[in-house]
Design a protein around this ligand. Structure first.
Ligand code: LLP
Length: 428
């Protein structure tokens, strides 16, 4: 089972799990639990796997990575990726602020999202982002009006909904015609014609994203072909497209998944673009999960082992508020003890302390554990911390990034008093 890149893995010699050179059990002692741990090198090597396919043998660049920061927007993660040359894909004014905070070049930012507010559009235009990905006809008109008011021109792409089935979880499938995302395939040409006539709009690109945790390249190729057909038609009509944004969505191995290799997958897409005669288009890719997912784990401590005639529960101190994916999507995350033990293994449901039956992190897991042991929930680097909440007045976990043998606290644990400091009672 190849769940984890070697950078986060088990050392037979020590009988322990490590992130790079640091023992996970030791991190739990030093920083407490629940704790998110990220390997800097695991993130960087995933980025380099993409980038390897983005450079032609003659050294010229044929694509750029715009990291989808919604997957993990910790400033340390953003900063490492920026230093490697990544741009960013943003979906809110908050994400725009984070990108600017780490000094990202505005021209490396693409702004997507189905419900951008006027304020967010205004901020993006004033910042001078590379492109706004437009998801509806009313949004196109709103952007034109705001650009006019600001005396600016808005660079835009239309997000095409190509109506292909990405065969993923329905909550994270976005490219089907009954999804809320993008402009329906049959309306795209008409909308480009309309956009080209608007006074403060510059058509610069075309965009498409069909879903997330996709483990098969064929829906991508189908979507790509459909988008290239649109570009052909647009060029014929004199509407010039400078860049093609293929979105993100490549899946990772959570335990029994077999996604394509990052470099091979990227080569497949980029080669298809070139084979169809569009080698001069600038191509943008927006991976999120595949850059950070397997670079992170969530550490949690066993509070109680509750055995019963039908079920055994391993009650841990992390919960659905820390890692929402199992509760929300019934997502599978492998769970391992960070140190081997001699106790006999038992079958457990691993659950959190939150007052909901949906608060589980893993079902039917065979674990050799005792109270006080530290477990690692694997593949938690993407859509983990970013989706955490304060439900049950639980502070969000701390985050640590490992670089070689060093651990850096990249986000402090939230204190309980900070959770209600903005609240007021009616009676003083
Ligand atoms: N570009 C766009 C326009 C997107 O909507 C997304 C993800 C991405 C790129 C990045 O996709 P990725 O490479 O990470 O698959 N919370 C869910 C995933 C939601 C994905 C939303 N959009 C989960 O935990 O599985």
């Amino acid at each position: 089972m190849n769940v984890i890149p070697a950078l986060i893995g088990f050392s037979e010699k020590n009988g322990q799990w490590f992130a790079e050179g640091v023992s996970l059990a030791q991190l739990a002692k030093d920083f407490g639990t629940p704790l998110y741990v990220y390997s800097k090198e695991a993130i960087c090597s995933a980025y380099r796997a993409y980038d390897a396919a983005c450079i032609r043998p003659n050294g010229t660049r044929r694509a750029r990575i715009h990291y989808a920061m919604k997957a993990n927007s910790n400033l340390a993660v953003l900063d490492e990726l920026k230093q490697l040359g990544a741009g960013f894909d943003l979906v809110s004014g908050g994400e725009l602020a984070r990108a600017l905070h780490i000094g990202a070049d505005p021209k490396s930012l693409v702004f997507a999202g189905v419900g951008k507010s006027s304020l967010e559009i205004e901020d993006a235009l004033r910042t001078g982002v590379k492109c706004i990905n437009v998801e509806s006809i009313p949004e196109l008109h709103r952007i034109n009006t705001i650009a006019k008011k600001l005396g600016l021109r808005a660079p835009i792409s239309l997000r095409v909904n190509p109506d292909v089935d990405a065969n993923t979880h329905p909550y994270i499938s976005t490219g089907l015609k009954d999804n809320k995302f993008g402009i329906a395939y049959h309306e795209v040409l008409k909308t480009y014609r309309e956009a080209a006539l608007l006074s403060h709009i510059d058509v610069v690109g075309i965009d498409c994203h069909i879903g997330s945790q996709i483990t098969n390249a064929s829906p991508y190729l189908d979507a790509l072909d459909k988008v290239l057909d649109l570009i052909t038609q647009l060029q014929r009509e004199g509407i010039l497209i400078h860049h093609l944004d293929l979105g993100g969505g490549l899946g990772i191995d959570y335990g029994s998944d077999a996604p394509p290799n990052i470099t091979e997958f990227t080569n497949l897409l980029l080669n298809r673009v070139e084979e169809r005669g569009y080698g001069n288009l600038e191509v943008l890719l927006e991976p999120g999960r595949s850059l950070v997912g397997n670079a992170g784990v969530l550490l949690t401590e066993v509070e109680y082992l509750k055995t019963g005639s039908d079920k055994n529960f391993c009650i841990v101190n992390a919960a659905m508020n820390d890692l929402m994916r199992p509760a929300l999507y019934e997502a599978y995350h492998a769970i391992v003890p960070t140190q081997t033990s001699n106790v006999s293994p038992r079958l457990y449901d691993v659950v959190g302390p939150v007052c909901e039956s949906g608060d589980w992190l893993g079902k039917d897991r065979m674990l050799a554990i005792s109270e006080g042991d530290v477990l690692a929930i694997l593949s938690a680097g993407a859509y983990g911390f970013v989706m955490a909440s304060n439900y049950n007045t639980r502070g969000r976990a701390a985050e640590v990034m490992i670089d070689g043998n060093q651990a850096f606290l990249v986000r402090e644990r939230e204190t309980v008093s900070s959770l209600y400091e903005k609240e007021r009672t009616l009676n003083k």
